[in-house]
Design a protein around this ligand. Structure first.
Ligand code: PBG
Length: 319
């Protein structure tokens, strides 16, 4: 076996998995205000940006060869109805318009969820202490429509309510947005690895947790059922999240559906590598590129990573 491992050129001839900037999606956090570039303490290298900073950051993303961003909004006010989520003048809606105007070719994906906008931090409308599935569907569909009207290419529901893909698809089609795609967070696990994101988005639930709607980490067959349901309801692409602890799920969902699959290398996965690297315990560049390659090898077409732009730069440099 070693004969084909002798030189870089030989290794490249037989390499089974490729990792290119075009496979990556860069998540970006957008906040209200002007001139804001606020570092997220638990995610070194990640900042919350106001709109003009976001537009210039998107220029750097494109410059590195990454073609897509996924946006998360942090509104200035939160309430029980998540009004900011579907406000036409909301932070994400304004950001989408500005991005599309400055960078028409950038693929703009929006995360569709209520947790960043609700005062209690849950992903839906809370009634008698529980997240009400069907009332939440209406608010999610309104949110997706407002993102589509602003110019989003893809909406990505991350709430894990039942029937949300169908509700969003129906509403998009009814309101003349049949060309807007849905990237469904199909297998989103109730994971400890979202901790740093919740600091960035100020979306830690005030009571309880998300286990009543996000998946149990012990389940795999259920992920395939979720994926199939989302496809039946009209999803264009599926997502597995987190990525590395769930590579078996990435493989199963890919093999059993054949649909485009994205894997989300989430905040906690990102921060673990940064923390080890900052301590000199691990080679950051090598660890990041190995991780992203492994996610692709498991079957992901698309990798969502906070390191997208940086990794694209490393890929351009070569070995
Ligand atoms: C919104 C949402 C979350 C993430 C993406 N969309 C947080 C959550 O479910 O608590 C996590 C992303 C990350 O950790 O990087 N529901």
């Amino acid at each position: 076996m070693r004969r084909l491992r002798r030189t870089r050129a030989l290794r490249e001839l037989v390499r089974e998995t490729d990792l290119r900037p075009a496979h990556l999606i860069q998540p970006l956090f957008v906040v209200a205000g002007e001139g804001v570039r606020e570092p997220v303490e638990s995610m070194p290298g990640v900042e919350r940006l106001s709109i003009s900073e976001l537009v210039s950051e998107a220029g750097a993303v494109l410059g590195a060869g990454v073609k897509a961003v996924i946006l998360f909004g942090i509104p200035s006010e939160k309430d029980e109805l998540a009004l900011g989520a579907y406000d036409d003048e909301g932070v994400v809606q304004m950001a989408v318009r500005a991005l599309k105007e400055a960078h028409p070719d950038l693929v703009v994906i929006t995360d569709v969820c209520l947790c960043e906008y609700t005062s209690h931090g849950h992903c839906g409308f809370v009634r008698e202490g529980e997240v009400d599935n069907d009332i939440t569907l209406e608010l999610l569909a309104k949110t997706a429509i407002s993102h589509a009207e602003a110019g989003a290419d893809v909406v990505a529901p991350s709430d894990m309510m039942d029937g949300r893909v169908g509700a969003i698809r129906g509403q998009l089609d009814e309101e003349g947005h049949s060309d807007v795609a849905i990237l469904a967070y199909s297998a989103k696990y109730a994971s400890a690895f979202y901790g740093p994101f919740r600091e960035a988005a100020e979306s830690t639930p005030e009571f309880g947790d998300r286990r009543g709607y996000q998946m149990d980490p012990a389940n795999a067959a259920e992920a395939v059922r979720e994926a199939r349901l989302d496809l039946e309801e009209g999803a264009d692409a599926l997502m597995v999240k987190p990525a590395v602890p769930y590579l078996d799920i990435v493989r199963r969902v890919k093999d059993e559906t054949g649909a485009p699959v994205a894997a989300y290398h989430v905040s906690g996965e990102y921060s673990m590598i940064k923390a080890a690297a900052a301590n000199g315990w691990i080679d950051e560049r090598a660890a990041v590129l190995e991780t992203l390659t492994a996610i692709r090898r498991a079957g992901a077409d698309i990798v969502i990573t906070y390191d997208a732009t940086r990794a694209a730069g490393w890929l351009a440099e070569g070995d």
